[in-house]
Design a protein around this ligand. Sequence first.
Ligand SMILES: O=C(O)CCC(=O)C(=O)O
Length: 281
Amino acid sequence: MRVEELTREAYERDGFAFPIDVMTGDEAHDLRRRIEALESGMNGLPRPMAQYLRMNTHIVMPLVHDMITHPQVVAAARTVLGSDMLCWGAELFIKEPHTDKVVSWHQDLTYWGIGHSDSEVTAWIALSPATPASGCMRFVAGSHKNAIIPHRDTYADNNLLSRGQELSVEVDEEDAVDVVLQPGQMSLHHGRMFHASGPNASGDRRIGLVFRYITPDLVQQNADTDFAVPVCGEDRFRNFDYIPRPEGDFAPPALERYDRIMEIHAKAQSVGAAQESRVYS
Ligand SMILES: O=C(O)CCC(=O)C(=O)O
């Protein structure tokens, strides 16, 4: 669908919307190529590249920071959140070809410390085909109408989530829809949506570029401070410190900022956990 065809009513009913055309296949391909060039060209970084890609990528990569305000992506997110928005996180979910990495059934807002309200939406942009074979996401329509359900932490090695967390209730796979996206298409999902994804049996990487948009009234409850990027409208609350555009690809001040923010996030998101979060989601 085109962004103009997206309606708040449909999103509120289902808790998701897809496929939304936000850029051409060529633009998505170009973005992928630029990210992959950095991925293979940056040496001697303090942390493994996979960690920078997996979370808070916008703190160290200007091109990811710039994508936060991509007009079509913002227009779609605004349709569901309203005119005042910040971006709280940016991540890449990469599954290598023929690998067993999965994402277990979970609800995003469970551990983030920013509450369980309707004021967060995830924009997941496909940079390669997301299909059942490549391990696309699966959603359960209407499941965002549940409260946050208890999760158990598995810390499973093949799980891309911070604690390998999973819903403590069984999800009937028959109730789920496959979120099939072509490069340049996007899905939106609610922070309480039940969602998961399977392994990548295809011969290509499955790459999702993910932004977490919020309204500015949210507050980090598990730490004294939290961070975001202003996107549009007004922020009358200033509950988040603003993250600047990185000075360059993995520039030293951006790397320092990354470490500081990750330390605060790891603590805030480890509340109630048996281990400190490996990464977060
Ligand atoms: O990319 C995936 O397979 C899962 C992503 C996810 O859980 C999320 O964006 O909230």
